[in-house]
Design a protein around this ligand. Structure first.
Ligand SMILES: *Cc1c(COP(=O)(O)O)cnc(C)c1O
Length: 453
């Protein structure tokens, strides 16, 4: 089978293989890398997943992209060590399940991608005898997942910027308790400021001599591992070949694009429900064909989804034959009829997010945090609009309730238990640098850190 090539959604850069796409992050023409043609799994290959553990499914899915790049035995070992935690599928009622992606080292679904990406980066850099600095802006969960995954990976230095006042205490401690090759920088500003500073650093000629890369969801290395848990869920809740409904809480649409990747590779999917908070640019676009990004992004309880212009929409639009540039301008309309057939999208208010946590606890004795609640309410909206019939459905819970103790306690009256893997981090001493939200200071910081090694 030929190696899968990744094309830029802006169409102005040459196609590259996975290794090049991963190390570059963004395409030189500012587009996002994405396969024009997906490798396919046969129905027989997918049916075989029913008897396989998670890491083996990950190997069989990802190997379709890594042919000629990562030897099979190496990839198998990488999957085995990355995915050593459970992926619970809790039954809610007949054929409706909650998939909990909160059992990784930092208790959010971002661990699934970060763990694999770090292993791939480490391997490629070792082979090329290269060094890279990964710059990441975070609203909370990405920074922790990336910092933990890349901790102690030779050849990689990590610098995480986070808005000091906008992350929860446990989110902060999961990032700031690591030492060695990981530095965290608290910015006196908003998440938007952190992201702008990182973007400016990538474009700054004065930093040309520092090899920089990114680990946020514009990187294709984030998306591919996020297709695996949809295959896994289907293998556990559906009969062979039976289409599944997935409800996915969405911000930058990386998680949801993982489901689209799985579908393009052959997984039968009945409907993808993209559930968003007050940042409703996508459901409005799906309904009207008119895309208007939201700027500045709206704050809501599900803070990891406060995204006014989801960068992965450029990839989604490409799957349906359209073209959207990095600013959100649509140069060619995607096939909206096909998009609506495959995808449902709805916006969930904070009020309904709170109600969702309460009702879910009262009805099923299972605790949701705000992001999972948005997915649950999105599923309610869809089932009111279209018949579920006898199809299996999977609601995706993306973080552990213990990451949002105040929000959860306000609703149910007690604080959630902290998982043991998180407890350890919470007890360690914290260390982080502090900077104002101006770019000049940040540039000086990067130059000084680079000179120091
Ligand atoms: C990042 C995040 C999301 C949103 O994922 P996207 O890929 O950005 O759509 C949802 N829930 C949690 C807990 C997150 O950390």
């Amino acid at each position: 089978m030929a190696t899968t090539l990744f094309h830029s959604t802006n169409g102005q850069s040459p196609p590259v293989n996975l290794r090049e796409a991963l190390l570059a992050g963004q395409a030189p023409d500012r587009g996002l890398y994405f396969p024009q043609q997906f490798p396919r799994l046969t129905p027989g290959e997918i049916a075989a997943f029913a008897k396989l553990p998670y890491h083996e499914i990950a190997f069989r899915v990802l190997s379709k992209f890594t042919e000629d790049i990562i030897p099979r035995t190496d990839l198998a070992a990488m999957c085995h060590s990355a995915y050593n935690f459970p992926v619970p599928l809790e039954i809610i009622h007949v054929r409706v399940f909650l998939m909990r992606l909160d059992q990784g080292p930092t208790a959010s679904f971002k661990d699934f991608a970060a763990q694999m990406m770090a292993r791939m980066f480490g391997k490629f850099l070792r082979e090329d005898n290269q060094q890279v600095t990964i710059l990441t802006a975070t609203s909370g969960d990405t920074g922790a997942a990336v910092a933990h995954a890349f901790h102690n990976i030779p050849g990689v230095r990590v610098i995480v910027l986070f808005p000091l006042a906008e992350v929860s205490e446990s989110q902060r401690k999961l990032m700031t308790s690591l030492t060695g090759n990981v530095r965290t920088v608290a910015i006196d500003g908003k998440f938007d400021d952190c992201q702008a500073m990182v973007k400016q650093a990538f474009a700054d000629p004065a930093l040309k001599h520092i090899p920089l890369s990114s680990a946020n969801s514009i990187n294709i290395g984030r998306l591919l591992p996020q297709s695996v848990y949809f295959f896994y869920a289907a293998s556990r809740v559906a009969q062979a070949g039976e289409p599944v409904v997935f409800s996915i809480p969405s911000g930058n649409f990386g998680d949801m694009m993982g489901c689209v990747v799985a579908k393009q590779m052959g997984l039968p999917v009945k409907k993808i429900i993209a559930s968003v908070n007050d940042n409703d640019a996508f459901p409005k676009f799906l309904a009207s064909g008119n895309y208007q990004k939201i700027s500045p992004s709206r704050n809501s309880l599900s803070n990891a989804m406060n995204v006014g212009h989801p960068s992965n929409l450029a990839r989604l639009v490409a799957v349906y034959g359209g073209q959207m540039d990095e600013t959100g301008k649509i140069n060619r309309m995607p096939d909206l009829v096909a998009m609506r057939r495959d995808i449902f999208s709805t916006s969930i208010s904070d009020e309904r997010t709170v109600t969702g946590v309460r009702e879910f606890w009262n009805n099923f004795q299972l605790l949701l945090e705000p992001h999972g609640s948005v997915a649950w309410q999105g599923f309610q909206d869809w089932s009111a609009a279209e018949p579920l019939g006898n199809s299996p459905a999977v609601i995706v819970e993306t973080a552990n309730p213990a990451k949002f103790p105040e929000e959860v306690e306000k609703v149910v009256g007690w604080a959630p238990d902290v998982p043991t893997n998180m407890l350890a981090s919470l007890k360690l001493p914290e260390a982080f640098d502090r900077l104002g939200a101006d770019y000049e200071t940040f540039r000086a910081y990067l130059l000084q850190r680079h000179a120091a090694t």
